[in-house]
Ligand binder design. Structure first.
Ligand code: PLP
Length: 482
């Protein structure tokens, strides 16, 4: 044994500090409602409080926790506050946090089945569970030709889908030869910006991503998709990929999946469905109709890290034909060769994603599903939707406001019946107050407030209080105008 001093944290110290950290987390959640939701710091405020150079000698753990409170918390926007109504949620929960802690503790790298069989097999199993839980088609099960995999984000899932579609459309030649400029992809003008990013990265080019116009509900108009594909074909282009969205980011619009699927089938396009936030609603049978048509999809993704109480990052990505995805993304250098892979009896998820390495993300998802049970998850999703619907009704009942888009689930797009500047003022004042946090979008070229109910601990009384605050700001605007 060497007599060299070690700088590591001993298991005994870990036990002690770990308890302190768990207490810190529990205290944080107990007091979170008293904290301003949107951080109030100015650019540079946090860095100014940090030493210019790293410590030469290790510091005490107490000092680290002290600085979490003294420095870091000021610069945190509290996404887990029940008064967070901005963007789409990125919610979490006790079982998710603890599952993630165990994943960190094991620290396995699940690039191959052989590098930690449980990492692969639990992921396959939980993703198969979710097929049933969301009413997805059997072709997405690992026991069929397809299967599911956890990606970091919906952006990565969409990119993988587009790459596989590109390869399929070129007879798996474009990985080798590069791509022609003839390939054309389609989505709606309201699709998430990750579609544009995927087209940029996959070498398709933004000029070859067609953004199809909308109906009065901000959903893609399938007849325009059809005519655009026909025109592109006449012009010698090769349509290869279309994406429909279940719950667009701006206004939660639902694209008509069955009609898009039919057009994709007729013209041989890969059909991807992006249900990043709203996919979670399919846990409840009464909301599954928004996904009708998914049975015709080549690929599908949704984010438990948005609305299913599972901390970032966790996107579930399904394909109907896993061979197409694997053929697109597989490279097997000598140093990764192993008997299990060669036997063909295992899945190696490195072939289903962009990076090689991967964390044990299924642990947190498994903990969430087992802690809540299907009924528990359904209960909370239903509650969020019911609260959002109540909020929409209060807005409709107040003649100073209007709801400006359909409210299928948990997002309400609304505005004060005034100018864009007045709406901006309402939002800025509310956010600066720290009482709640909401964000905006533009619909029909008007500034629109977005109010999304999806944080784990949001209850009716939080939303009632938020509505009172919004009404107070309206009163102030009326007073300003006098
Ligand atoms: N798709 C939709 C419909 C979204 O709303 C979002 C994010 O809000 C994304 C994709 C991108 O999500 P991610 O951060 O997982 O890439």
């Amino acid at each position: 044994m060497s007599n060299q001093p070690t700088h590591h944290m001993t298991p005994e110290q870990f036990r002690q500090y770990g308890k302190q950290v768990v207490d810190w987390v529990a205290d944080y959640y107990e007091q979170i409602e008293s904290l301003p939701v949107l951080s109030k710091v100015a650019p540079g405020d946090i860095r100014r409080q940090l030493p210019i150079s790293p410590p030469k000698h290790g510091e005490s753990f107490d000092q680290l926790l002290h600085d979490m409170d003294a420095i870091i918390l000021q610069g945190v926007t509290h996404w887990q506050s029940p008064n967070f109504f901005a963007f789409f949620p990125a919610n979490t929960s006790g079982p998710a946090i603890l599952g993630d802690l165990l994943s960190s503790a094991l620290g396995v790298q699940g690039m191959l089945w052989a590098t930690s069989p449980a990492c692969t097999e639990l992921e396959t199993h939980v993703l198969d569970w979710l097929v049933g839980m969301l009413g997805l088609p059997d072709k997405f099960l690992s026991s069929s030709s397809g299967g599911g995999v956890i990606q970091d984000t919906a952006s990565s899932a969409t990119l993988c889908a587009m790459l596989a579609a590109r390869e399929r459309a070129t007879g798996y030649a474009s990985n080798q030869q590069g791509i022609s400029s003839k390939l054309v992809a389609y989505t709606s003008t309201q699709a998430h910006s990750s579609l544009e990013k995927a087209a940029m990265i996959a070498g398709i080019g933004l000029d070859n991503l067609r953004l199809i116009e909308l109906d009065e509900n901000y959903a893609m108009r399938p007849e325009l998709l059809r005519s655009q594909i026909e025109k592109d074909k006449r012009d010698g282009k090769v349509p290869f990929f279309a994406c429909g969205t279940v719950g667009t980011t701006s206004s939660n619009a639902m694209d008509p999946l069955p009609a898009i699927a039919e057009i994709c089938r007729e013209h041989g396009l890969w059909f991807h469905v992006d249900a990043a936030m709203s996919g979670t609603s399919a846990l409840c049978p009464e909301f599954r109709h928004f996904q009708d048509g998914v049975e015709h999809a080549d690929s599908y993704c949704f984010n438990p890290h948005k609305w299913m109480f599972t901390n970032f990052d966790c996107d579930c990505f399904y394909v109907a034909d896993r061979a197409a995805l694997i053929k697109t993304l597989s490279i097997l250098p000598e140093y990764l060769k192993n008997q299990a892979t060669e036997s063909g009896a295992v899945l190696d998820y490195r072939d289903w994603q962009i990076p090689l390495g991967r964390r044990f993300r299924s642990l947190k998802l498994w903990f969430v599903i087992r802690h809540y049970g299907v009924e528990g998850l359904q209960f909370h999703v239903r509650q969020h939707v019911a609260i959002a619907q109540s909020f929409a009704q209060w807005v409709r009942d107040d003649e100073r406001f209007e709801v400006v888009a359909p409210v299928p689930l948990n997002l309400v797009c609304f505005r004060y019946r005034g100018t864009d500047d007045e709406n901006q003022k309402v939002m800025d004042r509310l956010n600066q107050s720290g009482d709640l946090y909401l964000t905006h979008t533009r619909l029909r070229d008007r500034f629109v407030l977005r109010f999304c109910v999806g944080q784990t601990n949001t209850e009716l009384h939080h939303v009632e209080q938020a509505w009172r605050r919004i009404q107070q700001e309206a009163l102030k605007l009326q007073a300003d105008a006098k």
